[in-house]
Design a protein around this ligand. Sequence first.
Ligand SMILES: Nc1nc2c(c(=O)[nH]1)N[C@H]1C(S)=C(S)[C@@H](COP(=O)(O)O)O[C@H]1N2
Ligand SMILES: [Mo]
Length: 528
Amino acid sequence: MPAVSSFRNIISRAWPGALAGLVAGFCALAVAELTAGLVRPEAGPVTVVGGAAIDRTPAPVKDFAIRTFGESDKTVLQLGILAVLALVAMGLGMVALRHRRTGAAGVLLFGLVGAGAALSRPDAGPLDVLPSVTGALAGAAALYLLAAKAVPAGGAPSSGSDGEDGWNRRAFLASAAVTAGAAACAGLLGRFLSGQRGQGAVASRDGLALPAPASPAPPVPIGVQLRAPGISPFVTPNRDFYRVDTALVVPKVDARTWRLRLYGKGVARTRTYTLDQLLARPLIERDITLTCVSNEVGGPYIGTARWLGVPLADLLEECGARPPSQGGGADQLVARSVDGMTLGSPVEDVMDGRDAMLAVGMNGEPLPFDHGFPVRMLVPGLYGYVSACKWITDIELTTFDAYDPYWVKRKWARRAPVKTQSRIDTPKPFARPAAGTVTVAGVAWAQRRGITRVEIRVDDGPWQEADLAAQDTVDTWRQWSYRWNATPGGHNLTVRATDGTGQVQTEQRTRTIPDGASGRHGVFVTVT
Ligand SMILES: Nc1nc2c(c(=O)[nH]1)N[C@H]1C(S)=C(S)[C@@H](COP(=O)(O)O)O[C@H]1N2
Ligand SMILES: [Mo]
């Protein structure tokens, strides 16, 4: 028999099984989605399996994913999970043509994997197994019944038409279509219910009027914003602000039922705060640049906003906490979010007089859900993963010896102050500017220390002083520009910054792991 015709033969025998499997798999996910809509949107099987996968991804792989897919990394992960599920479903469908029970049992087994993943989530409750369990039951039943239609009696179907060897193709296709249609309805209803569950949170955000700050942001000097086209704006609009977190479903927290607990070493009894109680305190408003430790040299994970929040040191002091330098027994503050994320900051840093805060406002509006509504933590000078807990709900005073938070368990450093860095925003890499005067411009940052100098080097030439924009505060980035007399040909432009302590940005390249990338940003351009 020629190879082509035997291949066709295999396809014609296998497709009913593959189709039955796909429809059953779709049915399982749809019913799981419906259940998740009723129970908890975060407990959907793709979400929990994705979450479990994120938690178990080795740091270098995660780094690669962030580098390659950027903020789409989560979409890529979810599509990957769906692709694997589709393949498995088709395989189980083919198995089911021969052994209906085995195929159905395979679907149930996958439900167990989902249920296990659901229970392993840090924020899991026992009900979280329901989406995976109900989905698996529905999928197994669908596969069992569809496989029966594909093979009424004895043996797999052949390529024969209706009536031949006793299988009714039309009846099978009709059952598959009805099942898929019903599943689609269930899935859409589930989506709708999940959306509804967030409505309370949306209403609580819409209804939130932020009080005026007792201590407004110091006036921004004129000239923090240069006019160079292509430079990052001094204040990053909320919609453009980078987002880095492990949440596959953004937590939608209802501000009216939200509570913050504060407890631990040095705090006599657990304190609990409502949002209204926090908002009744004197608030501070500050411009602060937030940076991610996963930001590569020249990378995009940095932004500056005007934050409004409750000074954290005051709150801690009121509860009896003292920094280690004043005899306090706790040297680590562990913040925990509603989705179980934990981040640890040095108590000394939080209480040393800098503007560490529990932020409620970002650029004049309540925090966007993506950025931690209703309350997030911020500590100027520290990378986000050791300071900027979003959707915060717990603050525990403890020690670095006693507890390793999420990222530290995954080999990132316990302590991570922001490194002095600079970035060329314009020209872009591989740009082709015309010869003559070219404006090279960008940003430099060294939160807590400030930027005192930025220099540019063309190829292997001498370092040339760039013009600095006005500095807002030591906690914000600083813009710079340099008028370059560009001559035709290929050129490398390199930037380096000097911080307020006189430290020049190192040329030593390090990776982002364990405590942030160092090295100098360069771009290659061809002047025409
Ligand atoms: N709950 C929670 N908070 C979190 C994270 C997270 O994964 N979950 N990621 C942290 C990291 S690594 C950074 S860099 C900042 C990013 O804040 P943004 O997304 O508002 O820019 O949030 C921090 N807070
Ligand atoms: Mo980060």
